[in-house]
Design a protein around this ligand. Structure first.
Ligand code: KG4
Ligand code: ZN
Length: 340
């Protein structure tokens, strides 16, 4: 079954052709980073306009790189949330128009669920259920027990900022460009992770929940001084900046790793599956490998599948279509939020 995937939840316009949920024939991602960088974050209205310009060329390129014609596509899979409503509408309306014109089924895919599906795409072996899924993206941070394909139980989530958002905000405080995650990782590689005693937040009575807003405030106070006594560390020398980035990254990653391992132990699983843009962070990958001491199988997305892409949408769309026993109807709505 050939699935055409379409992704436009935020600031990436993406399309992909995937066969039988696993084999990626093409995956095209047009990033809008250049457009949003000067504003320090995504501007929804600009994102929508850029999606309109890029959507058809990106789909054309995905088809041509896969060497597949539109008529050969069996299913159109589209991310219908969570995301920016205006941005979602561009992908969703394109998918509906194609499905109608081609008389092919349409399937709506949860973008966050697709991030969790992405590490499965490169697995040849069967992954045993239940396993623990950890979503680490720009807008979401959650741990879910994956009981079976498409069957989830929410175990913990952030009560304020998502992990990627925390990286982006920390980078902004350090005067680094958007998106902040890769910039923090780059500086952190030259810094001392133990110079500043930052810590991830704890949520009272909920050991598996996350809170990153305090971590960001700790960084702010270190930089600018704590009110009312403003005794800033500034002017910021290059080494201070690297040490702050390293200490922030350590605190954020240590919190994720400790809670993921606690959750894995609580749920008695053997496998951890991680997805979302922050899984691009090599320090996080190393820390989890080191702290888990070989106790678990750990699955990460392969190159190009961590950040937003349409291959994960097409891949999961294939399975969603089987699980549902058919496609979605045309009134399929864009959703800004989808609870697990
Ligand atoms: O999953 P994603 O592409 O988009 C959402 O669904 O939100 O994640 C984007 C997030 C951004 O916040 C970005 O700063 C972060 O992933 N990110 C990273 C790294 N690469 C991307 N965070 C930390 N380290 C990285 N290397
Ligand atoms: Zn995403």
């Amino acid at each position: 079954m050939l699935v055409l995937g379409i992704e436009s939840t935020c600031d990436e316009t993406a399309s992909a052709v995937v066969q039988n949920g696993r084999t990626i024939l093409s995956t095209i991602v047009a990033s809008q980073i250049d457009l949003h960088r000067k504003y320090g974050g995504v501007v929804p209205e600009l994102a929508c306009r850029r999606h309109i310009d890029l959507m058809i060329p990106v789909i054309d390129q995905a088809l041509s790189e896969a060497n597949v014609s539109l008529n050969e596509i069996d299913l159109i899979a589209v991310a219908h949330g969570p995301g920016l409503i205006g941005a979602l509408l561009i992908g969703l309306n394109t998918a509906k128009a194609l499905a109608l014109a081609l008389q092919k089924p349409l399937i709506g895919v949860n973008h966050i669920e697709a991030h969790l599906y992405s590490p499965f795409m490169s697995q040849n072996d069967i992954v045993p259920f239940p396993c623990l899924g950890v979503v680490l993206s720009g807008g979401h941070t959650a741990m879910v027990l994956i009981k079976d394909g498409g069957v989830y139980q929410l175990m913990g989530q952030t009560v304020d900022d998502a992990i990627g958002e925390a990286f982006d905000k920390a980078a902004k405080l350090l005067g680094l460009p958007y998106p902040g995650g890769p910039e923090i990782e780059r500086l952190a590689s030259k810094g001392d992770p133990f110079r500043f005693p930052f810590k991830g937040g704890q949520v009272k009575g909920r050991p598996l929940d996350f809170s990153f807003s305090g971590l960001k405030t700790a960084l702010l106070y270190t930089l600018k001084g704590k009110p009312p006594h403003h005794t800033p560390l500034l002017p910021l020398h290059e080494q201070d900046q690297c040490d702050l980035a390293a200490s922030f990254q350590y605190a954020a990653c240590e919190d994720i790793v400790r809670k993921s391992l606690l959750c894995a132990e609580t749920c008695q699983v053997q496998t951890l599956v991680l997805g979302g843009g922050v899984t691009n962070n090599r320090y996080l990958r190393q820390l989890l490998a080191q702290k888990s001491q070989g106790k678990y199988d750990i699955l990460w997305p392969s190159l190009g599948l961590s950040l937003d892409n349409a291959a994960m949408i097409a891949g999961l769309g294939y399975y969603r279509y089987q699980w549902q026993g058919g496609g979605d109807s045309m009134p399929l709505e864009p959703l800004a939020r989808i609870p697990f």
